[in-house]
Design a protein around this ligand. Structure first.
Ligand SMILES: [Zn+2]
Length: 200
């Protein structure tokens, strides 16, 4: 394994600061062991070091989104705690942990090395339900949006093949016949297809 170009290490003078790796190698089995010569980026002191940290482990993650679920894995330090309600970064996306399975039980939290499966859902995007009247029938559409994206009564939404005018918006507490609301508050939008191109 190639040595990193820099490591955050403790310098006696400067505390925990980045050190440039002048030369070194990484080995080890259960632990990742770095052996090499480093230079403190703050005071310039050069010294030989050996560092040891637990090798990250891969934990299975089931990600649900838009009614489907997908299996993947994420890397954790073995002692890192995974908890229900916590947010995780996965690539470009953000996940909310909805369940943690350790042993064969669901638990509120556990160290990554004890976790069998993490269940999570994507929280960086939501699905807005949109019932669109097409003359003699109503068609259900899903509009994908970020949670804080707003929709407005009177707005025209592009549905790919069709464009539809938002007529009213239902949230958990009320029905809007004018105004705007965040995507994550919308229970369902209602509208009708518009044929002609309208400039906004
Ligand atoms: Zn230093």
């Amino acid at each position: 394994m190639a040595a990193p170009s820099a490591l955050v290490l403790r310098c006696e003078e400067c505390g925990d600061v980045p050190h440039r790796v002048l030369r070194g190698k990484v080995g080890g089995k259960a632990d990742l062991v770095f052996e090499g010569v480093v230079k403190c980026t703050k005071c310039g002191r050069v010294r030989a070091v050996v560092t040891r940290e637990p090798r990250p482990i891969e934990v299975p993650v089931v990600v649900s989104w838009l009614g489907a679920s997908e299996r993947t894995t994420m890397e954790f330090a073995p002692d890192e705690v995974v908890a229900v309600g916590e947010e995780l970064e996965l690539g470009e996306g953000r996940l909310l942990v909805t369940a943690v399975e350790a042993g064969s039980a669901r638990v509120p939290s556990a160290a990554a090395k004890d976790v069998a499966t993490i269940w999570a859902k994507r929280v960086d995007q939501v699905r807005v339900k949109f019932s669109v009247n097409k003359g003699n029938r109503t068609v259900a559409h899903d509009v994908v949006a970020t949670p804080d994206e707003e929709f407005e009564v009177g707005e025209i939404v592009d549905l790919g093949k069709d464009r539809a005018l938002v007529h009213h918006i239902r949230t958990k507490h009320r029905t809007l016949r004018e105004g705007r609301v965040r995507a994550d508050e919308i229970v369902r939008m209602y509208g009708r297809v518009v044929r002609e191109r309208t400039s906004r």
